[in-house]
Design a protein around this ligand. Structure first.
Ligand SMILES: Nc1ncnc2c1ncn2[C@@H]1O[C@H](COP(=O)(O)OP(=O)(O)O)[C@@H](O)[C@H]1O
Ligand SMILES: [Mg+2]
Length: 405
């Protein structure tokens, strides 16, 4: 039987600080989009192009995480489509798509509610997509979110995918008016190494979402912390302090909401009556770590284990990770970690390291070592123990992976 006295007593400190903690959940969509006037104006005028019979083939919407790309784009297109019969909008998130075929199928599913079988390939998926879009209103805006997650797979490369999407036979012959809005953290043609054929099929329309500065970030998270905390539990100067730190470090609304949630939880744990600057300070690193953890967990298998190999050298005496390391040492650690039938050659390791550097996980530089010649040095940009801390979770969330260590 529940002892309610005990239960309520136990949970009371939480209520001293938080009024509605869920207001700080970044997944909750806020009622209004604030602080993105320029971007909204630009996107709205692109949509209004249908008045004069034109939508660009592609619109690249890019900027660092947590800058409101998904929220703003979805809200704006949905509101526009709700006011017009001649425009439809569909939203697809490609983050979880492991192959380009599954990405095409995901789009098809959003548009038609159906999918095609693997043997029908990209061609089959796109053919079915054009069939389905024939029954759509005159104009369609297709939002492809987290498009930078798509990558070369064993059957296709991103160029194949984009070429079919933008210039597919079936699309041209049916005269389908499709505008593809590509959301990503980086500019795509650079990031995915798109070839000139695809680049010329894309429009130049680009809308950048910069990191939030102090004033805008305050506008974005203001209403949320207002709702989340009890009156007086987040003093104005502490709130300003937290927003200032978050703007300088990240400019990321998602991380800022998380920072305030964690700071509030710290105040609860310490049985304080209000959040203090120390509560903010103590959670700045932790918020960063949480974000890195999430990024690590979404890495492809090879990338994950090469990164693991980068951090695998430990000083026997101190137990600390030894960095920097050389490519040879990484190849050696990787070889010892992964069974030989799944070996990555030296060249493949180099190319994974290039990717990891582009993604910001590692830094590399060249050192001259006299007779040994010039040697590439590799170091993680984050606390190296984070990767061993997430390895078990990574393995258990990856069903194709046998236990490797
Ligand atoms: N301009 C904004 N107005 C209101 N809330 C915002 C705004 N920008 C970001 N947010 C909040 O931050 C979260 C993350 O924003 P999101 O659009 O997903 O960022 P991105 O797609 O750029 O990574 C949103 O769910 C929302 O809670
Ligand atoms: Mg997003």
């Amino acid at each position: 039987m529940t002892d309610y006295d005990e239960l309520f007593a136990e949970t009371a400190p939480e209520h001293r600080i938080f009024a509605d903690k869920s207001a700080l959940d970044p997944l909750q969509t806020p009622e209004t989009v604030v602080a993105r006037d320029t971007q909204q104006r630009r996107l709205a005028s692109l949509l209004n192009g249908i008045e004069s019979g034109y939508l660009p083939a592609t619109v690249s919407i890019y900027g660092p995480p947590g800058t409101g790309k998904t929220l703003t784009t979805r809200r704006l297109t949905t509101e526009f489509a709700a006011r017009r019969d001649d425009l439809a909008t569909e939203y697809v998130n490609l983050k979880e798509c492991r192959t380009l075929f599954s990405a095409a199928n995901e789009i098809l599913l959003a548009v038609s509610g159906e999918t095609v079988q693997a043997h029908e390939g990209l061609d089959g998926a796109f053919e079915a997509l054009w069939d389905a879009l024939e029954a759509y209103p005159e104009w369609t805006v297709l939002i492809l979110d987290e498009i930078d997650h798509i990558a070369q797979d064993s059957n296709y490369d991103p160029n194949d995918f984009f070429y079919r999407l933008l210039r597919g036979e079936g699309k041209l012959s049916r005269d389908i008016q499709l505008s593809v809005w590509l959301l990503s953290n980086e500019l795509l043609d650079v990031d995915l190494r798109l070839d000139s054929r695809v680049q010329s099929a894309m429009s130049d329309e680009q809308v950048f979402f910069p990191p939030y500065g102090v004033a805008l970030l305050s506008e974005v998270v203001g209403p949320r912390v207002e709702e989340a905390f009890q009156d007086g539990a987040l003093p104005a100067d502490v709130r300003r302090y937290g927003v200032g730190k978050a703007a300088h470090r990240w400019g990321d609304a998602r991380k800022t909401l998380t920072l305030f949630r964690r700071a509030g939880e710290t105040a609860v744990e310490r049985e304080l009556s209000a959040v203090t600057r120390a509560c903010i300070d103590d959670n700045l690193e932790a918020t960063d770590h949480e974000a890195i953890r999430r990024k690590l967990l979404s890495l492809p298998v090879q990338h994950f284990f090469v990164l693991r190999a980068v951090t695998n050298r430990v000083d026997r005496r101190t137990g600390e990770t030894v960095q920097p390391v050389t490519t040879d040492q990484i190849a050696d650690s990787y070889g010892r970690m992964i069974p030989s039938n799944d070996h990555l050659g030296e060249r493949a390791i180099r190319s994974v390291l290039d990717d990891l550097e582009l993604m910001g996980f590692i830094e590399t530089w060249i050192e001259s070592r006299g007779r040994e010649g010039r040697v590439k040095q590799v170091e993680t940009t984050f606390e190296p123990t984070l990767i061993s801390a997430v390895t078990d979770e990574y393995i258990s969330q990856t069903p194709t992976l046998e236990r490797r260590q």
